[in-house]
Design a binder for this molecule. Structure first.
Ligand SMILES: CC(C)(COP(=O)(O)OP(=O)(O)OC[C@H]1O[C@@H](n2cnc3c(N)ncnc32)[C@H](O)[C@@H]1OP(=O)(O)O)[C@@H](O)C(=O)NCCC(=O)NCCS
Length: 271
């Protein structure tokens, strides 16, 4: 079931108590932190500060985007990513380094013998998001609801039969929303396993009533190990989260709007 997010920090959440103090980390093995950033909320004067949180290679990449809106969403996603790592784990934002796995998934480099933190980002028109967990595979995906996508055609080519029928039966604006609800869940899963679109999307299916996954080949993966959530971070966007966890009942997922003031303050930290 989709959760509507208010945009106001939930005071009962572990992320709402402020950033990690020196030497203390906010993330236990059962906690998952999620931040999203709506680009409309960022003022023109803030972009330079957010850009300064990125490392040199990221800044060079951001400079290569042709369209300003693509550049901005890239900066927002990577600033939010570095910011969330610093907020939860307590190091300066430009300290974090990533390796790139076989199918392009960036993995945080953690010192041997230390907990392995896992982070994933997603960006779309007007919205960036980042999700962070300790040890567990994690994936996040966001999509813009105003996009022009041939929902029936794409579902027919890429989705499982049950999903294709749900998209086909939906009418009006619900068609695209149904398609993108499946799409974000499916992308969150393929990003969590690190395979991206090299993983055929029709090999598994979601039930939008329960947000549970099932696999065409029952041996391919274990549905009971996966936890999914869907959100509505704003009227124009959908977001989905995938976490592989052996005991879903103990998971504490904390989705919050990224605190822009914290991110802008980070821009003044030098390392
Ligand atoms: C990796 C993939 C899953 C990314 O999908 P995407 O929706 O384009 O992009 P997102 O914004 O959700 O995620 C991009 C981020 O995921 C991360 N990423 C890259 N490869 C990844 C992988 N194999 N697994 C997990 N994460 C990956 C990167 O951090 C990347 O951001 P960066 O390039 O700014 O560093 C890609 O294989 C893909 O599916 N592309 C198709 C997109 C598409 O056709 N969309 C149409 C929707 S109708």
């Amino acid at each position: 079931m989709q959760k509507t997010l208010s945009g106001n920090p939930d005071t009962g959440s572990f992320l709402s108590h402020g950033p990690a103090a020196t030497g203390k980390q906010l993330l236990s093995a059962d906690r998952v932190a999620v931040w999203w950033l709506l680009l409309d909320e960022i003022r023109d004067a803030d972009w330079e500060k957010l850009d300064s949180i990125l490392i040199d290679e990221e800044q060079e990449r951001s400079d290569r985007f042709h369209f300003e809106r693509d550049r901005q969403v890239y900066i927002a996603a990577h600033a939010a990513c570095r910011g969330l790592l610093s907020y939860c784990l307590g190091e300066p934002p430009r300290n974090w380094r990533f390796s790139v796995e076989d199918h392009g998934k960036p993995e945080l480099i953690c010192p041997p013998g230390q907990p392995r933190y896992r982070v994933n980002i997603s960006h779309t028109r007007g919205l960036a998001a980042v999700a962070l967990a300790r040890e567990h595979d994690i994936g996040v995906d966001v999509e813009w609801l105003q996009r022009d996508a041939p929902a029936d055609d794409l579902a027919k080519r890429m989705f499982a039969e049950s999903e294709r029928l749900k998209v086909k039966d939906a009418t009006g604006p619900e068609k695209l929303e149904t398609f993108l609800s499946f799409w974000t869940l499916k992308e969150a899963y393929v990003k969590a396993i690190g395979k991206g679109l090299s993983q055929p999307l029709d090999a598994f299916a979601f039930d939008l009533e329960t947000d549970e996954i099932s696999f065409r080949d029952g041996l391919a993966d274990t549905a009971a190990n996966w936890y999914f959530e869907r959100y509505r971070p704003g009227p124009e966007h959908l977001m989905a989260l995938a976490v592989r966890h052996p005991d879903k009942s103990s998971l504490i997922v904390d989705p919050q709007p990224a605190p822009l003031t914290y991110l802008l303050d980070l821009a003044g930290t030098h390392n």
